[in-house]
Design a protein around this ligand. Structure first.
Ligand code: NAD
Length: 281
C-alpha cells in the first residue's frame, strides 16, 4: 500500500523546531523581523500574505506588513526596498508576487539585498545554489527535499525526474536533487516522450501546472511521486498536477493535495527567516 506523505505533520514539526530556535534567539535578546510587502489587493495574494503573518506569529517572528495600493510606482516600491535593506532591525524582505503589470518583477527581485532575500529568488542566491554555495533557497523545492528526507526516502543515486522548469520550482528543484546526489532529468513543455522519461523515475516531482495531468501511465511501479501543483477541479475541490486516485495504486509513496507540498512552502519560508539572522556566506 502506498505511503501517504503527510506535509501537514512534517511542516508542523519544522515550525515547532523553529519556534524553539526563535526562543533561544529571544533569550539572547535577538528578535527576528520579516517585512512583507503586498502591492494591490489581489485576493489570492491576500490569503498567502495572511498565512505568512500567521506563521510568523506562531513561531515568534515579528512581521511588518506593507500593504501598498495598486497604483504604487516602481520607484516608490524600490525606495521602500532600499529603506528596508538598510534597516538593521529587518532580517528578511518578501515581496508578494505577482506584482501589478506596470512593475517589473525582475527589477524588484534584484533590488532586495541577497542577505535578506528569504524567498531565494535573487540571482545571487540562485547562482549560489547552482555552484553549491550557501544562500537562501526557494521555499517550495526546499520543502520537497524536507518531505523526502523526513519520510526516510533516500535521494542519493536515485533516478529523479522533475516535470517543469520554472525559476521558482522546477529549476531549483533539479539543482537541489542534484545536490543530494540524485541522477536528475528535467522535463518541460517541449520534452518528447514524457511518459517514457517520467516512467524511468524512482522519484518523480511534478510541477507543470495542469490539473490531474499525470496519471499512472507516467509512473514507474513503486515510484515516489511528489505533486507540487495546486488547482481547483470541476467541483471546486483542491487537486494537484497528479491524478491522485489513479496514481496511488502504483506508487510506493505520494503527496496528497491538499496536505502535501503546500504547507511546506510556508514552513521553509520561516526556516529562511530564522536563517536570515546569520549573515549568509
Ligand atoms: P509554471 O507555469 O511557471 O511552469 C510550468 C512548467 O511546466 C514549465 O516549465 C513548462 O515547460 C512545464 N510544462 C507545462 N506543460 C507541460 C507538459 N505538457 N509537459 C511537460 N512539461 C510541461 O508553473 P510553476 O510556478 O512552476 O508551478 C507549477 C505548479 O505548482 C502550479 O500548479 C502551481 O500552482 C504550483 N505551485 C505550488 C506551490 C506550493 O506551494 N505548493 C508553489 C509554487 C507553485
Amino acid at each position: 500500500m502506498a505511503f501517504i506523505i503527510d506535509g501537514k505533520k512534517i511542516s508542523q514539526e519544522i515550525k515547532d523546531e523553529l519556534k524553539e530556535k526563535v526562543n533561544e534567539y529571544k533569550a539572547k535578546g535577538i528578535q527576528i523581523t520579516l517585512a512583507v510587502i503586498q502591492v494591490g489587493g489581489d485576493p489570492a495574494s491576500g490569503v498567502y500574505v495572511g498565512n505568512k503573518k500567521k506563521a510568523c506569529e506562531y513561531i515568534g517572528i515579528r512581521s511588518l506588513a506593507y500593504e501598498l495600493p495598486e497604483e504604487t510606482t516602481e520607484d516608490e516600491l524600490l525606495s521602500l526596498i532600499e529603506e528596508l535593506n538598510d534597516r538593521e532591525d529587518v532580517n528578511g524582505i518578501l515581496v508578494q508576487l505577482p506584482l501589478p503589470e506596470h512593475i517589473k518583477e525582475e527589477l524588484i527581485i534584484q533590488a532586495i539585498s541577497p542577505a535578506k532575500d528569504v524567498d531565494g529568488f535573487h540571482p545571487q542566491n540562485v547562482g549560489a545554489l547552482s555552484i553549491g554555495q550557501k544562500g537562501f533557497v526557494s521555499c517550495t523545492p526546499s520543502g520537497v527535499i524536507q518531505l523526502l528526507k523526513r519520510s526516510g526516502i533516500e535521494i542519493e543515486g536515485k533516478e529523479c525526474v522533475v516535470i517543469g522548469r520554472s525559476n521558482i520550482v522546477g529549476k531549483p528543484m533539479a539543482l537541489l536533487l542534484l545536490r543530494e546526489n540524485g541522477t536528475v532529468t528535467v522535463c518541460h513543455s517541449r520534452t518528447k516522450n514524457l511518459k517514457e522519461v517520467a516512467g524511468r523515475a524512482d522519484i518523480l516531482v511534478v510541477a507543470l501546472g495542469r490539473p490531474k495531468f499525470i496519471n499512472q501511465d507516467y509512473i514507474k511501479e513503486g515510484a515516489v511521486v511528489i505533486d507540487v501543483g495546486i488547482h481547483r477541479d470541476e467541483n471546486n475541490k483542491l487537486c494537484g498536477d497528479v491524478d491522485f486516485q489513479d496514481a496511488v495504486p502504483k506508487v510506493s509513496a505520494i503527496t496528497p493535495v491538499p496536505g502535501g507540498v503546500g504547507p511546506m512552502t510556508i514552513a521553509m519560508l520561516m526556516h529562511n527567516c530564522v536563517e536570515s539572522v546569520r549573515p549568509v556566506d
